[in-house]
Design a protein around this ligand. Structure first.
Ligand SMILES: Nc1ncnc2c1ncn2[C@@H]1O[C@H](COP(=O)(O)OP(=O)(O)O)[C@@H](O)[C@H]1O
Ligand SMILES: [Mg+2]
Length: 338
């Protein structure tokens, strides 16, 4: 078996250092079968490959951003990492535990916040959800008290404990959810869009809190967000997923570079010619009368095109963006809309 995966027997202790596969996925796939009604008694079956050949590891204590466009497979990944969904293929371990097979054992080790859906009891005062967690996770009384006091203070929940959850604002509710996810001292925290819909002040508060939890308790954090500022302020490492596949894994700075590096101009000439000569662009590939030119992404294509048009017999041309750039561009576009 792969050395990516941490002890099958669940023996993950304090000896595990960052860099080890505290969270480890290997060739993970998730295929949904969707049935669509296409007529009277007629149904069409279609497969949606939400996650495809996904492999990565996250070390203990890391705080990693997990980003990508809508429908990329982020939430599906998180659901597999909590055991809510079973992968269609591949191997997956969190703290040495197979999530789908030992979901309740894993529940004691992880905390989850889904920004779109609260785990709190809607009609009950906030404190009741915490009391229930106290019993459900069998948190020792002293530990529960201590954690509750700390979370209430850090997340400023004091005045809200007796308020029914449905009366809380979105920002208050999110803070309430985050506290609920951390009451049992989980080693891993998954956050799926924790700042969605929050105002600037609430966002800042949530970010500051997450930074503290990660720094002080060494909690491993996997953060899914549409808000690139979340990532900029919290995560030194970022993973980008697109169409269920990991397309980037590295430092945020590298992502900016990858997103800005080069664009490609595809040029169709009337006939086969030696590589064309254009200032500030270079031919990277030639196939018959077609040539590929790379030029800096920050630069307009217009002068390159003008230069070519004046000197070469052009039939057609098009600009191609690198995949990663397309991903980021789409994300920025979505960000601008929301
Ligand atoms: N329960 C489901 N049944 C069918 N398709 C699903 C289900 N959940 C997610 N999908 C599909 O899987 C893809 C990935 O979805 P999701 O993981 O929610 O993306 P993200 O969180 O990145 O926006 C999408 O095409 C979505 O429509
Ligand atoms: Mg999602």
């Amino acid at each position: 078996m792969s050395d990516l995966i941490t002890g099958d027997d669940g023996t993950v202790g304090s000896d595990v250092v960052a860099g080890d596969g505290f969270i480890a996925l290997e060739g993970v796939e998730k295929v949904f079968e969707v049935r669509r009604k296409t007529g009277f008694l007629r149904r069409e079956r279609r497969e949606v490959r939400a996650v495809d050949a996904l492999s990565f590891t996250v070390g203990r204590g890391e705080m990693v951003g997990y980003i990508g466009p809508n429908g990329a497979g982020k939430s599906t990944t998180i659901k597999m990492l909590t055991g809510i969904l079973t992968p269609s293929a591949g191997r997956l371990r969190v703290a040495g535990i197979d999530p789908a097979r030992e979901r309740s054992r894993l529940a004691h080790r992880i905390g989850v916040v889904f920004g779109q859906r609260t785990t709190l009891w809607w009609d009950l005062p906030l404190i009741d959800s915490y009391r229930l967690a106290h019993r459900m996770y069998r948190i020792p009384d002293a530990r529960y008290r201590e954690n509750l006091d700390r979370l209430v203070e850090l997340l400023d929940l004091g005045a809200l404990l007796d308020v029914p959850v449905r009366q809380l604002s979105l920002g208050q509710r999110m803070r309430g959810d985050i506290a609920a996810a951390l009451l049992h001292d989980p080693d891993v925290l998954y956050l799926d869009e924790p700042t969605i819909g929050l105002d600037v002040v609430s966002k800042a508060r949530v970010r500051e809190f997450l930074r503290e939890v990660n720094a002080e308790r060494g909690t491993t954090v996997l953060l899914t967000t549409h808000d690139l500022q979340d990532i900029e302020q919290l995560c030194s490492r970022v993973m980008v997923i697109d169409h269920g596949r990991l397309v980037y894994d590295g430092p945020l700075a590298g992502l900016h570079e990858a997103g800005e590096s080069e664009r490609t101009l595809v040029v169709d000439l009337e006939r086969e010619l030696p590589p064309v000569q254009v200032p500030s662009a270079r031919v990277v590939r030639v196939e018959g009368p077609r040539q590929w030119l790379a030029f800096p992404a920050g630069q307009s294509a217009a002068p390159v095109v003008a230069h070519l048009a004046a000197r070469y017999p052009l039939v057609d041309l098009s600009v191609r963006e690198p995949d990663i750039e397309a991903v980021i561009a789409r994300m920025y576009a979505e960000k601008a809309v929301s």
